[in-house]
Design a protein around this ligand. Structure first.
Ligand code: AKG
Ligand code: FE2
Length: 326
């Protein structure tokens, strides 16, 4: 994989998303991530066993079965243990998070950056809006207080709506890829083709009291949404205004994905309190950031900073543009 073709660029321009097959070698990029997350899950299980919240550390189970078991037994998702980001509110000095070397390698994967360069040019900044999502089969999950699975489908939104207004002009590109194959039944993304040609739509906090931020259905063509099943090594790119959601995981396996974002260096990330870095620069090669340990320490410093702001319902820094639509 190198540069995108004219035809692919036209497709992206027309529809606001572009699925791409076999972009990178999954054994090189994804297997080290899986190895790394085994150790994260080990840590989580041993913490929970120590706290008497888990009856066994379930070492004999595979990753998917084991994390499912943990969610079943504790009734919690523990997403923050795995995420390479921080919450917006109530961060503590010891809030768990994961900034491992294998995760970093995926952020600077050359084949991914080639795709990104085709869209936004060669001066590429790794935008800190980034997440891992691990979603077990919904049928195996406990329900929350409103009867929904404790981790389920993502509601319709635009990524431009989940950064703050400072990133209004930022040419942010989303890159989503699965760690395990994600067929339709595993609950990959679904996108509304062409929706990026409109405006940034209203994002309603706690839409219909379902606890999620969502764009009201009448504002976009919900019927037109198409699923984007992908396998390991594939990815999909999204324009920041493309309306998308995810399907539910109705399969027997976990749905595990990364979503990353990039923008041209120098533009606002929409989350300046979080650290990004220069992922590629043709102009100034020496500015390319390749130090995974430093990356981790930048986030450790951020965690300390965040532990002093956005506490107890106070908003010192605003992370998104959702509104109360009730
Ligand atoms: O993976 C999901 O469920 C949602 C991901 C998403 O919205 C994104 O990557 O922008
Ligand atoms: Fe999104």
């Amino acid at each position: 994989m190198s540069k995108l073709t004219e035809k692919q660029l036209d497709y992206f321009e027309e529809f606001g998303f572009l699925p791409l097959k076999n972009v990178f070698d999954p054994q090189k990029i994804l297997d080290p991530i899986i190895d790394e997350y085994h150790s994260v899950l080990d840590n989580l299980c041993s913490d929970l066993v120590k706290e008497n919240r888990l009856s066994s550390s379930y070492e004999q189970l595979n990753f998917g079965e084991r994390i499912t078991r943990v969610m079943q037994e504790t009734g919690e998702v523990h997403a923050q243990y795995f995420d390479f980001s921080l919450p917006f509110q109530g961060v503590k000095k010891d809030t768990p998070m994961w900034f491992g070397e294998a995760v970093f390698r995926s952020l600077v994967c050359e084949e991914i950056l080639d795709v990104v360069e085709s869209i936004i040019g060669p001066e590429i900044y790794s935008n800190p809006v980034q997440h891992v999502r691990i979603k077990p089969p919904e049928k195996l999950l406990p329900k929350n207080e409103i009867g929904q699975p404790i981790i389920g489908a993502t509601a319709y939104h635009q990524d431009a709506g989940v950064v703050n207004e400072k990133a209004q002009e930022t040419e942010m590109l989303t890159v989503w890829f699965p760690i395990f194959d994600a067929p339709v039944e595993a609950g990959p993304l679904k996108v509304v083709p062409g929706s990026h040609k409109g405006e940034i739509l209203r994002h309603c906090a706690n839409y219909k009291n379902l606890g999620l931020t969502q764009i009201p259905e009448h504002l976009f063509d919900e019927e037109g949404a198409v699923p984007v099943p992908l396998n390991r090594g594939d990815l999909v790119i999204l324009n920041k205004k493309t309306v998308h959601a995810s399907l539910s995981n109705v399969s027997d396996n976990i749905r595990w994905s990364f979503d990353l974002r990039y923008n041209p260096t120098g533009q606002d990330t929409g989350r300046e309190v979080f650290p990004g870095f220069v992922a590629r620069s043709r102009k100034n090669l020496s500015s390319e950031f390749r130090d995974a340990k430093k990356w981790k320490s930048l986030w450790e410093e951020t965690r300390v900073k965040m532990s002093e702001i956005n506490q107890d319902g106070m908003t010192d820094f605003n992370f998104n543009q959702s509104v109360d639509c009730a």
